[in-house]
Design a protein around this ligand. Structure first.
Ligand SMILES: O=C(O)CCC(=O)C(=O)O
Length: 265
């Protein structure tokens, strides 16, 4: 359970590190599954190309170990502590073997009001010189997020970026994590992650959530738009039939709630 202070920090600063949220056994299973799945994943030139970065998106269907992350009890509990309501998997999931620098960016249009959350699972220890996630605390607040972009930003093919020295961003903090820690953050935060100095790939996995919009019609519309943006012709369902067959009660409940919201007018 998160403390009152951790919940307050999340609301003020936009992130929390759930230390040792996964057991060593869960980590070992995920590392093996990641190695198997990423070997078959395509090269992704998202950051410029040539480095050999690979991505699989969505990835949660590729192995039962990944599917189980969606409703991991430790993650679900932390989100419930923060929002006082259940959070729903919104269909966004991506897995990387990343050999590139991930430049400073905020996910989506800077200044957007809609809230989405991301969980990050890092399969190796990461610190400032070895690929750690960096964030500008508090930059998830829409006005702060937009102010940073207005003052120091530019569009790179509609992706928001910063013109500043990436290693000297005012107020940035680097999040030192061990395998088993989970970083939960508000996607609107300005964040970056640089390649490891030891030359190894950053083995990473990200899953997207939205707090249950309850009966707020505007938030229901926003959730539908988020889910819709993650579906593709070759991936038409948030949960495949196979995932539903294998999932337990928690998955059943989240999927049923998402389906009910799809039909709310
Ligand atoms: O690779 C990382 O740690 C950061 C990932 C990221 O920037 C994102 O998911 O938007």
């Amino acid at each position: 359970m998160l403390s009152e202070l951790e919940i307050g920090k999340f609301r003020a600063f936009g992130y929390v590190v759930l230390r040792s949220c996964l057991s060593p056994r869960e980590v070992a299973r995920l590392q093996a599954a990641h190695d198997r799945a990423i070997a078959r994943a395509p090269i992704n030139n998202y950051f410029g190309g040539g480095s050999g970065t690979r991505t699989l998106s969505p990835f949660v269907e590729a192995d039962d170990a990944f599917g189980e992350l969606i409703e991991h009890p430790g993650v679900m509990e932390a989100m419930r502590d923060i929002w006082g309501t259940e959070c729903l998997y919104n269909g966004g999931s991506d897995m990387w073997s990343n050999l590139d620098d991930t430049p400073w960016h905020s996910d989506g249009e800077p200044g957007r009001e809609e809230l989405t959350l991301k969980t990050a699972f890092y399969l190796d220890e990461q610190d400032e010189s070895q690929g750690a996630l960096s964030v500008v605390p508090g930059s998830h607040h829409p006005q702060f997020c937009a102010a940073i972009f207005r003052a120091c930003g530019y569009w790179d093919e509609r992706r928001p970026r910063l013109r500043l020295d990436p290693h000297d961003i005012p107020g940035a903090v680097s999040l030192h994590t061990q395998p088993g820690d989970v970083v939960l953050w508000d996607n609107r935060l300005w964040h970056s992650a640089f390649r490891r100095s030891d030359g190894r790939p950053r083995r990473t996995m990200f899953i997207g959530y939205t707090p249950d919009p309850l009966d707020d019609l505007l938030e229901i519309s926003a959730l539908r738009a988020t889910v819709g943006a993650h579906l593709k012709a070759n991936h038409p369902l948030v949960y495949s039939k196979e995932m539903m067959r294998k999932g337990g009660q928690a998955r059943e409940k989240m999927a049923a709630r998402l389906e009910a919201l799809a039909w709310t007018t």
